[in-house]
Design a protein around this ligand. Structure first.
Ligand code: MG
Length: 165
C-alpha cells in the first residue's frame, strides 16, 4: 500500500483536532443547557460530545494503522455566548455543515492521491455527516417551531432526554 501523502496526513491530523473541538463545543452546549435546567437537552449534547470523541479516535487509529504517528493539535475553547436554545441549535447545525466541508476537502485530497484506503475510511465520515446534518437541522427546525414557548421547550427537552444511541 502506498503511504499517506503529507498533505492528506496533515489534513487528517487537523481533523482529529477538529473532532475534539466538536466534542468540546457540544460539551459546552450541554453545560449551557444544564444551567437552564434543560436536563434532556444537556444529556443529548453530552452524548453528542462522546460521539465526536469516537470520530477523533477513528481517524487517530487509522493513522496508526497506516504506520503514522498522529500529531495532536491545540484544542480551542468554544465561544459560549449563546442567547438561548434556538441559538445553540443553530450553531450546532452550522458547525456540522462546516465539518462536512472539511471532510469533503479530505476526500478530494485522497482522490487526488488515489489513496483508496483513506477514501474508504473517509467514506464513513461522508455518510456520518449526512446523519449529523439531518439530525441537527431537525432540532433547529423544531426550536424554530417552538419559538421559545416554555411548554414546547419542555416537550423537546423530554424527547431529547430519551436519546438511546
Ligand atoms: Mg464529528
Amino acid at each position: 500500500m502506498k503511504p499517506v501523502s503529507e498533505k492528506l496526513s496533515d489534513g487528517l491530523n487537523k481533523q482529529i483536532t477538529a473532532e475534539f473541538e466538536s466534542a468540546y463545543l457540544y460539551l459546552a452546549m450541554a453545560d449551557f443547557l444544564q444551567g437552564r435546567n434543560f436536563d434532556g437537552m444537556a444529556y443529548w449534547f453530552r452524548k453528542q460530545a462522546d460521539e465526536e470523541k469516537t470520530h477523533a479516535m477513528k481517524i487517530h487509529d487509522f493513522l496508526i494503522e497506516r504506520h503514522l504517528t498522529p500529531v495532536l493539535g491545540e484544542i480551542k475553547a468554544p465561544n459560549t455566548q449563546w442567547t438561548g436554545v434556538m441559538n445553540v441549535f443553530d450553531e450546532a447545525y452550522q458547525h456540522e455543515c462546516l465539518v462536512s466541508s472539511m471532510i469533503y476537502d479530505l476526500v478530494a485530497q485522497a482522490m487526488e492521491d488515489k489513496d483508496y484506503a483513506s477514501l474508504s475510511m473517509l467514506q464513513w465520515f461522508v455518510d456520518e455527516q449526512v446523519e449529523e446534518e439531518e439530525q441537527s437541522l431537525a432540532l433547529l427546525e423544531k426550536a424554530r417551531m417552538i419559538d421559545d414557548v416554555a411548554s414546547g421547550l419542555m416537550v423537546l427537552d423530554q424527547q431529547m432526554g430519551a436519546r438511546t444511541d
